[in-house]
Design a binder for this molecule. Structure first.
Ligand code: FE2
Ligand code: FE2
Length: 349
């Protein structure tokens, strides 16, 4: 899947935190009745049609300089960042394209929205893949399409998860952009200069999912929906936190402190989804960050055990206490009190 012309090992082991590829129940999605919020959905599709970023993703001459001045470890850090980002963007492209294709006949408005979003994600993935070529690496996207395993998510889970991942993507990109704008000496590679307009795509995608969610009131105004919103918020935040702990060198290369960055992104994302979700997390709770750190410790210990290459049975026994630690801290996080948002979804269906 990764073609390399340099000396980096390409075959990475998949884990729960590797970017995933999703599929869904297209029939159920095509039967969605979005009439209760159709005006907002139409307005967002109209914005997609304008295509603000049509001419944005064009590589300028700054990319053409050689990147040989980067030492091997900096190259590896950038390759990993580009590879993960490209895979995540490409995964969004495939999902949105498939949804659009399957909804065309029965739900043309949603199909059009998904088609525009797949256009944007294809651009993002293509731009990242071209950036990889600066480091003599490329992702074989065709191979990736055919050989990845797809995870099935029911439409409602797709809406919660993609809404959050678009919004967290927005906050990640804009935070990096604003930081480098203030500290240009850390802008060591030109791709970051593109993040400002790029993240507006992700923000609009998030708004599209928010509009769909608002058209399906039971996804926002039932007791079950409160539990699901809490669950997805926590999943997205913990996944980012555990992933980034392993990538602190990437953040320090661009002058960011990993933990500070993650907490900022978590707080901002949490606040912004409060305009849609009935509950958000209390990220200022005294136990919130320490519990995240304890999950991260367990996760790091699990990675350490994997690296030791002991016999599988030995590894399994070594892992048990770490799994218990991870599960108990996740449960504790889930049971922390939530904040009820001012949005009250009481409209009858
Ligand atoms: Fe994207
Ligand atoms: Fe997106």
């Amino acid at each position: 899947m990764v073609t390399k012309t340099n000396n980096n090992s390409s075959q990475k082991k998949e884990s729960l935190l590797t970017p995933r590829f999703y599929t869904t129940d297209f029939k159920e999605m095509s039967e969605l009745d979005v009439s209760s919020n159709v005006d907002e959905i139409e307005a967002i599709v109209k914005e997609f049609r304008i295509d603000y970023n049509r001419d944005h993703f064009i590589r300028d001459k700054e990319f053409t300089q050689g990147w040989n001045s980067f030492d091997n470890s900096t190259c590896d850090i950038f390759i990993e960042f580009l590879e993960r980002s490209c895979t995540a963007e490409f995964s969004g492209f495939l999902l949105y394209k498939e949804i659009s294709r399957n909804l065309k006949k029965q739900n043309p408005l949603l199909a059009e929205g998904f088609s525009f979003m797949s256009r944007d994600e294809a651009r993002h993935a293509g731009f990242l893949n071209k950036a990889m070529s600066d480091f003599n690496v490329s992702l074989d996207l065709g191979f990736l399409t055919k050989n990845r395993r797809y995870t099935f998510f029911a439409p409602k889970f797709i809406f919660y998860a993609t809404y959050l991942s678009e919004k967290i993507g927005y906050w990640r990109y804009i935070t990096i952009y604003r930081h480098l704008e203030k500290n240009p000496n850390f802008c060591v590679y030109p791709i970051f200069r593109f993040f400002e307009s790029w993240c507006q795509d992700e923000n609009r995608h998030g708004d599209f999912f928010a509009a769909i969610l608002k058209s399906q009131k039971p996804l926002l105004n039932t007791y079950e929906s409160r539990l699901l919103c809490k669950f997805f918020l926590l999943s997205v935040f913990v996944t980012m936190y555990l992933n980034d702990i392993q990538r602190k060198d990437f953040y320090s290369t661009i002058g960011l402190e990993r933990k500070q960055f993650d907490i900022h992104v978590i707080r901002k994302t949490n606040q912004s989804v409060g305009t849609v979700f009935p509950v958000i997390l209390d990220t200022d709770h005294i136990e919130f960050v320490p519990l995240l750190d304890r999950c991260a410790e367990a996760h790091q210990a699990l990675i350490g055990i994997e690296k030791e290459e002991n016999r599988r049975a030995v590894q399994f026994l070594q892992k048990i206490p770490q799994y218990v630690k991870m599960a108990s801290n996740l449960l504790h996080l889930y049971l922390l009190p939530v904040i009820n948002t001012k949005y009250v979804w009481t409209e009858k269906i």
